[in-house]
Design a binder for this molecule. Structure first.
Ligand code: C2O
Ligand code: CU
Ligand code: CU
Length: 512
């Protein structure tokens, strides 16, 4: 097994410092020198039964061909890797049947959806092997690109890594009226971005070293919708990319290889008020954005990750080395090849008014809660994560493996916040650690008030459920916590670096 060595290589040597193809020598060459067509997940719209839209989802094991002639063991939903794109509409009554054919417990969480606690899918609603869980709710939120993924206590990291994730698109009447690309798979494209490690036999490797879990698991190979070296042939002059950072821990700073601008039209939970012109866009794990790309021309170009100056605060020891590597790697994500109509045509147009957003005034908040994100904190060397004994010095005194919020690891028996239905609150998320954490709150769609005292970026001015909380910085968000109340079932809030979530950087709130 080369897993540890590969993991070490990917973290210490920054083996992603390559342009293309984006992977390990021999296997990558076998995959395809010129790239593979981007896989488009099939759409599942559900079947109407007695006025309810029902979705049948089976968690299953299988094999996937990332590399030519290599069957890689993976997990998926109604397939071998990832799941179908679920498509539902504002107002729909839906029921999802999550059937677990795996040999360990699992569950799916509808990330970005405002659903009753019992239907949310989290550590509270585990589905044992052979069982089926059937949450029901009414969709009541604007058009958005959401997603779903495993949210199993202590196992979200490895389960998502194996493939338990998919996109979930919500439609509504007002977005239907807009002149936006909306032909799924043709000019409206899901882009599920992940990083993985493959060993020499083509098996996906989930690193177990403590260091990888401290900072979160990062791979040296990019897969998009489960495709290695993906190419998308654009047949129209403008395309809409529904970007999802579904990596366990890696941040992406996205740009186009030709330096061209693009237009962001949506944040996590829906359309923005107006398109925002950008040349770069940062997505931390769990975040989504929809962008419009001008694909007119004859030359292929790429969606790339650009290296950014290290966002993490310098520390010392090996831990610092790992942190410093994180954002310094350049790599390709998706090749866009104009074809047909997109080689000519006039400049793409975009509606100037997209959606109406009800900005919540600060005064509407009846309280401010503080959530302090913590790591290590003098807990010794944290050898409990399977990394074996390590010297304290090696980790610069950061200890290891202890991820907490407000001094606590996730505890199923502890509820951090009890909120009365209908209350508006400001949450101040403070980060005392030397690295970024993407903070996610279930159920609510919040608005970012400030980051380190500054207004949010233009790319963040919309409805959000996950926010980049900088190293040793803080972010304030405001949200209304609507009902229905439920006196016993909790919602989660957590860091969306899945290893941090699994190791305790998660807490619970309840709406009563
Ligand atoms: Cu996307 Cu609680 O997770
Ligand atoms: Cu969520
Ligand atoms: Cu974190």
């Amino acid at each position: 097994m080369t897993s540890r060595r590969d993991a070490l290589k990917s973290l210490l040597l920054g083996s992603m410092i390559v342009s293309a193809p984006n992977s390990l020598g021999a296997l990558a060459a076998a995959a395809s020198d010129s790239g593979q067509p981007l896989r488009i997940p099939p759409v599942l719209t559900g079947d109407w039964h007695n006025g309810v839209r029902e979705f049948f989802l089976t968690l299953q094991a299988g094999t996937t061909r990332f590399y030519r002639d290599v069957d890689t063991p993976t997990w998926g939903i109604n397939g071998s890797y990832l799941g179908p794109t679920l498509r539902m509409r504002d107002g729909d009554p839906v029921r999802l049947h999550v059937h677990n054919q795996l040999d360990e417990q699992s569950v799916l969480h509808w990330h970005g959806m405002d659903v009753p606690a019992r239907a949310d899918g989290g550590p509270n609603q585990q589905v044992l092997p052979g069982d089926t869980w059937s949450p029901a709710f009414q969709v009541r939120q604007p058009a958005a690109s959401c997603w779903y993924h495993s949210h199993t206590m202590h196992l979200s990291g490895p389960q998502v890594y194996k493939g338990l994730a998919g996109m979930l698109i919500i439609d509504d009447d007002s977005s239907d009226q807009l002149d936006l690309p909306s032909d799924y798979g043709v000019d409206d494209i899901p882009v599920i971005i992940q990083d993985r490690i493959f060993d020499a036999d083509g098996n996906m490797v989930y690193p177990e070293r403590m260091e990888d879990h401290m900072v979160g698991v990062r791979g040296d190979t990019i897969v998009v919708n489960g495709t290695l070296n993906p190419i998308f042939r654009a047949s129209t002059g403008r395309i809409r990319l529904r970007l999802l950072n579904a990596a366990n821990a890696r941040n992406f700073t996205l740009a186009l290889s030709n330096g061209q601008r693009f237009w962001q039209i949506a944040t996590d939970n829906g359309l923005m008020e107006a398109p925002v012109e950008l040349t770069q866009l940062v997505l931390t794990p769990g975040e989504r954005a929809e962008i419009i790309v001008d694909t007119r021309g004859t030359e292929a170009f790429k969606l790339i990750n650009v290296p950014v100056p290290p966002s993490n605060v310098p520390h010392y020891g090996l831990f610092t080395e790992l942190l410093m590597q994180m954002d310094r790697q350049a790599f390709d994500i998706l090749t866009l090849q104009p074809s047909g109509e997109s080689t000519t045509g006039s400049p793409p147009t975009l509606p100037q008014q997209l959606a109406h957003i009800d900005w919540i005034p600060r005064e509407a908040a009846t309280r401010t809660r503080r959530m302090l994100l913590q790591m290590g904190e003098g807990q010794g060397n944290g050898g409990g994560l399977g990394g074996g004994p390590r010297s304290r010095k090696e980790f610069g005194g950061w200890g290891g493996g202890v991820h907490k919020i407000n001094g606590r690891k996730m505890d199923m028996n502890y509820i951090e916040a009890t909120i009365i239905a209908g209350t508006t609150e400001i949450w101040e998320i403070a980060n005392e650690t030397p690295m970024i954490h993407p903070f996610h709150i279930h159920k609510v769609h919040f608005q970012i008030l400030e980051r380190n005292g500054e207004p949010p970026l233009p790319s963040e001015r919309g409805l959000k459920d996950t926010v980049n909380v900088p190293a040793q910085g803080s972010v304030k968000v405001i949200a209304k916590f609507t009902g229905p109340g439920d006196p016993i079932t909790t919602y989660m809030f957590h860091c969306h670096i899945l290893e941090h979530e699994d190791h305790g950087m998660m807490g619970q709130f309840i709406i009563v």
